[in-house]
Design a protein around this ligand. Structure first.
Ligand code: SF4
Length: 181
């Protein structure tokens, strides 16, 4: 029997949600018996090699590359899941949303207390992604099917969610199972 296929990615996040996936510890051995991982930092597969059942997104969208990857996941995954606060609401990176982008760039590259940039050079290369006016949660860019809250979501919550998504069972979440710290 074919195993359900899972893919994951990190957009504007800190990889804490991926660390929380790894925090299921020895259950990871059970997980890889039940599912197959495709494109993911977990196995370092860089591009989709087959259709994916469940795509898991960490982080929101702060630049054009994030948007491109998110749409790539939406096009290749039957179910798309926002994992954690950054994917669901923008999270910490969205703290810049109240500050004009130009001011953010000046603070980062010209005026920051530890910045040394005497020639006042700003990043300007066509290879670099374009920074968006603000940080967007994933569901404002593409349709998201499920949300797993927390910063990061607890490992046992991720385990339950993956198990239910992989087996197609409905998952009811108790509010107490959410973790924010
Ligand atoms: Fe990191 Fe929290 Fe964002 Fe996950 S939700 S990427 S742990 S800041």
């Amino acid at each position: 029997m074919n195993k359900p296929v899972i893919a994951t990615t990190s957009l504007a996040g800190c990889f804490g949600c991926h660390m929380s996936i790894l925090d299921i510890d020895e259950k990871f051995l059970e997980l890889i018996e039940l599912v197959e991982f495709n494109k993911s930092p977990i196995d370092d597969i860089k591009t989709f090699t087959k259709p994916v059942d469940v795509g898991i997104i960490e982080g929101g969208c702060c630049n054009s590359e994030n948007i491109h990857i998110l749409k790539y996941f939406r096009d290749n995954c039957k179910i798309l899941v926002s994992l954690g606060e950054c994917a669901m609401m923008g999270g910490l990176p969205a703290m810049r949303n109240t500050i004009p982008l130009e001011e953010c760039i000046k603070e980062a590259y010209l005026n920051g207390p530890s910045t040394v940039n005497e020639e006042k050079i700003l990043p300007n290369d066509e290879e670099l992604p374009i920074i968006l006016d603000k940080v967007y949660p994933c569901h404002e860019i593409v349709k998201i099917d499920y949300f797993i809250p927390g910063c990061p979501p607890r490992a046992d919550l991720i385990w339950d969610a993956l198990l239910h998504l992989a087996t197609g069972k409905k998952l009811e979440l108790e509010y107490e199972s959410f973790k924010y710290d």
